[in-house]
Unconditional design. Sequence first.
Length: 211
Amino acid sequence: MKTREIHEKSVLPIYGIGGVIILYSLIFPLYKFSHFIILAALCVGAYFGLSKLFPGKTVTVEEPVSSGDANIDALMAEGRTAVSEMRRLQGSIAEPTVKSKIGKLAEITEKIFDDLLEDPTDYRQIKRFSEYFLPTTMKLLNSYDRFASMGEGENVSGTMRKIEDVLDATVKAYRSQYDALFTNQALDIETDIEVLKTMMKREGLVGKDFE
């Protein structure tokens, strides 16, 4: 995500103008053109004075990074939506252990989709993850959140325990999915290493027994 800062102006200067108009109209006459000139001057003065006292605030907003490919951008948007929902559920669910596991899932999911910017060739692999694994995970997490608000009950408690039990395996599977994205890069690096070794041996920079 890229970030940028925007300045949000305070609304108090606008309210101040309204206050000046009401107060002036109650105390002073408004039947001559000069009266309106005075009122306008007072409003301008009040606006700039209050703007100095209440300048507003600067906030940082996130801007989605574009890959330049519509399909990749759409897939990344799906990932951001899923991560946002995971974070919401993490805040909604009270069970500390489950909250922690959801936090791990959100972190790994974010890394998986961020990989699209680094290596667009992983698109099909991440698309498959998005279509098969992610929807089922989100369904289970939302079900857990819903059941948690229902109170006690044998079926409710049993279902929640089953979801809790499967979360460990889910976190492990997500980590494996993320690690698998680097298979091609690892193979490329191994190839580069072998090429470098061959060049150094050929130039006599290392011994023949160099491995």
